[in-house]
Design a protein around this ligand. Structure first.
Ligand SMILES: NC(=O)c1ccc[n+]([C@@H]2O[C@H](COP(=O)([O-])OP(=O)(O)OC[C@H]3O[C@@H](n4cnc5c(N)ncnc54)[C@H](O)[C@@H]3O)[C@@H](O)[C@H]2O)c1
Length: 444
């Protein structure tokens, strides 16, 4: 259906009075399949992209999206802080004419996401700190936008349920969602996992996944800024914003375990703590190391399967970022750009690897244009939940089951968030409940 036919149809539906909103948001008035078809037809010529969260990754993902599609443009941007919008636009200006965002389509503040969603963009890139992701994802789906959903999907069980509910609505509306777990779009990983799932190492009996590294950036507390601004600018170190580094960073490796095993864990136990980054002014309250033993559903012979996950951010320690799987007929070792299988069916990736950060957008745009939606939100939600359950087990010292994690009423997002005073959470202590005050359940 072309644009004119689409507008005639929406008028026939008695939506004439809502025409400006139809023009702005496409799918809000028409039925979902009609809207998807109308969008696909229009997308033959141009793809308009909005960015929510204009920091390092938002700017990077915007650049990757433009690389993926020659006829894509950045048409709207939003960030909590004006300086981040400005630096993002300065960087994107190098892409000559493809990111000339009109001043009316630049939004600042806690409601900036609503501003971006109110513009007639087709796709939104969600790249704020993860604590905002569930709210922004749900709003993007409800506004009828296709989504590039950065990882992790949420920071707590409540957020995961919001993402899962929004993923179901995205399916109903035939919207595409690609997640920022870029290994799933990397050629070496795709070929290796296809072989592993095809039986190249037999049944997987155990795996080990690692993200052991040194320290990351941090922003010194600025006494002229509010608590909220200080925490959000230094978001890695506050669990309500980042989920802690097992969720924020190690989710990539945990996602590979779930993908290769084709399952989510049933329970876990974990240890973790904070030995090096102890200054709350710089490093909030998160841990600097975790080790989790995840138990997965049994293999075909009935034996339980285990995945060791280890994540460390401590300077001067041995670095390791990879996934290793042991099967009944061999072993697989995977890392970015490297994939090797040893045993009965030896193989090593020797092909031309791709840039997975660009490929994510190639795959998203292809799904949008073909009218055959791709929705990775559930996989992201489940891998994120796996990391969250490992974190809860380490924070509390308790054994945590999948169902407990999925139904956990914890909602870390501050009530009525304003740019003002905000208490700093205490460092979790195994053997004690976490979060210390019981959370009030919130429906998605
Ligand atoms: N896939 C990957 O390999 C990869 C790599 C880096 C980062 N990431 C993810 O991307 C996300 C962003 O990370 P980053 O490195 O770009 O961080 P960043 O601090 O550089 O950028 C985050 C931006 O979001 C803005 N922001 C904060 N709260 C906001 C709100 N409520 N509304 C609008 N804007 C808001 C901040 O001002 C900042 O500009 C994180 O989820 C991170 O885990 C993924």
């Amino acid at each position: 259906m072309n644009r004119r036919a689409f507008m005639r149809k929406t008028a026939a539906l008695g939506a004439a009075a809502a025409l400006p909103s139809v023009l702005r948001q496409g799918s809000l008035v028409a039925t979902a399949p009609d809207a998807a078809r109308a969008r696909a037809a229009r997308l033959g010529s141009e793809l308009r992209i909005g960015v929510i969260g204009c920091g390092g990754r938002g700017t990077g993902a915007a650049t990757n999206a433009l690389e993926a599609s020659p006829d894509a443009r950045i048409t709207a941007v939003g960030d909590l802080f004006e300086d981040r919008v400005a630096s993002c636009l300065t960087q994107l200006a190098q892409l000559r004419g493809r990111a000339e965002v009109a001043p009316a389509n630049r939004f600042v503040g806690l409601q900036a996401f609503e501003g971006v969603l109110s513009t007639p963009c087709d796709v939104v890139i969600l790249a704020t700190p993860p604590g905002f992701r569930p709210q922004h994802f749900a709003a993007a789906v409800d506004a009828g936008k296709h989504v590039f959903l950065e990882k992790p999907g949420a920071v707590d069980g409540t957020g995961i349920r919001t993402v899962l509910a929004a993923a179901a609505r995205a399916d109903e509306r035939r919207l595409s969602v690609v997640a920022g777990t870029q290994r799933r779009h990397e050629t070496s990983y795709r070929e290796a996992i296809e072989r592993i799932r095809g039986g190249a190492i037999g049944d997987i009996v155990a795996a080990r996944v690692f993200w052991n590294t040194g320290s990351l950036w941090h922003k010194q507390r600025d006494p002229t800024r509010s608590d909220t601004e200080n925490q959000i600018r230094n978001w890695l170190y506050h669990t309500w914003l980042s989920g802690d580094h097992i969720v924020e960073q190690h989710v990539h490796n945990i996602d590979i375990a779930n993908w290769a095993l084709g399952a989510n864990p049933v329970r876990c136990v974990a240890v973790g703590g904070r030995q090096v980054r102890t200054d709350p002014a710089n490093f909030g309250h998160i841990f600097d190391h975790f080790a989790v033993d995840f138990e997965y559903p049994p293999a075909r012979d009935g034996a339980p399967r285990f995945v060791l996950s280890m994540a460390r951010q401590q300077d001067g320690t041995a670095g390791r970022v990879e996934e290793v799987m042991r099967g009944t007929r061999g072993m697989a070792r995977l890392a970015s750009g490297f994939a090797q299988i040893t045993g009965e069916s030896p193989w090593q990736f020797t092909g031309q690897n791709n840039n997975p950060y660009v490929e994510e957008h190639v795959d998203l745009h292809a799904a949008i244009r073909s009218g055959t939606p791709l929705n990775e939100a559930r996989d992201l939600a489940y891998s994120t939940l796996t990391a969250i359950m490992g974190r809860t087990a380490a924070y509390t010292g308790a054994e945590v089951s999948w169902d407990e994690a999925l139904n956990d009423p914890t909602d870390l997002f501050p009530r009525d968030l304003q740019m003002g005073a905000l208490p700093q959470a205490t460092v979790p202590m195994p053997g004690r409940p976490w979060p210390p005050t019981p959370a009030t359940p919130k429906s998605p």
